[in-house]
Design a protein around this ligand. Structure first.
Ligand code: PEP
Length: 252
């Protein structure tokens, strides 16, 4: 397969009411006029997904922030990957640190959820990242390799899988790792992906996430093996998010 386009993905987390649909419409209007050189994805709260899908936006993929490990059954309050696909999701974020830490999701659970997402035909955006303690103890690479090996299902391809490297200490903190550090971690992720998945491993997009904004996006997106961004806070407003997306206009 050909290399997928870079992806700039917005994770709205537990933010957004119906009035926020205006931001998505505004974003799509920007994208219609600019023909972006990357794919653009918004992962709103589940409550907004159907309304956004019904807008039939040409330039914005819609995804979810999580799914269950099972296809259906007695799981009150949960939502399966199949249901998300059914309402129009193309991508599902799996194993975000706020799920790993806040909901006790370990690599085994992340692997099962990613399998569900891939099986129903969505792309799993599998998140990995070290805590501040692991970072300070210089265990980042060890932690990331272990998460990559255990969280990614064995049938991963460049079509059904994207990796997001998100140092937990960089999320929502305004702190960003050095370019050297991002380069080193992404190179190691690439190496493990190629070892496990051969040619496909070379094409799987690896996103960087953690306090990405319009000021640092160009620097971060220029790093080798950084194939896009997973953006939290700066994805909530169309103007801010579009300024990050526009960074790709400056690349060949
Ligand atoms: C995130 O939650 O995935 C994230 C990267 O958040 P922020 O951009 O706000 O740091």
């Amino acid at each position: 397969m050909i290399r997928p386009k870079p992806l700039v993905a917005g994770n709205w987390k537990m933010n957004g009411l119906r009035a926020s649909l205006n931001e998505i419409i505004k974003l799509n209007d920007f994208l219609v006029r600019s023909a972006p050189k990357c794919d653009v994805l918004i992962c709103p709260p589940v409550t907004l997904i159907s309304s956004i899908v019904q807008l039939n936006l040409e330039h914005v993929f819609i995804g979810s922030q999580d799914c269950h490990t099972n296809t259906n059954g007695a799981h009150t309050g949960d939502i399966s990957a199949e249901m998300l696909r059914d309402i129009g999701c193309s991508h599902i974020i799996i194993g975000h640190s706020e799920r790993r830490v806040g909901h006790g999701e370990d690599n085994k659970i992340v692997n099962k959820k990613a399998t569900q997402a891939q099986t129903v035909g969505t792309t799993a955006i599998i998140c990995v990242g070290e805590t501040i303690h692991e970072y300070e103890a210089k265990k980042t690479l060890e932690v990331i390799v272990s998460q990559i090996n255990s969280s990614i299902p064995s049938h991963a391809t460049a079509e059904n899988t994207i990796i997001a490297y998100e140092p937990i200490w960089a999320i929502g903190s305004g702190k960003v790792p050095t370019v050297g550090s991002v380069k080193e971690v992404h190179a190691v992720i690439r190496k493990v992906l190629v070892e496990r998945f051969g040619n496909d491993g070379d094409k799987i997009n690896i996103l960087y996430g953690g306090s990405v904004n319009a000021s640092n996006a160009h620097t971060l997106m220029s790093v080798v093996n950084v194939n896009g961004a997973l953006v939290g806070g700066a994805s909530l407003k169309a103007d801010d998010f579009f300024n990050i997306i526009s960074v790709y206009d400056q690349f060949d």
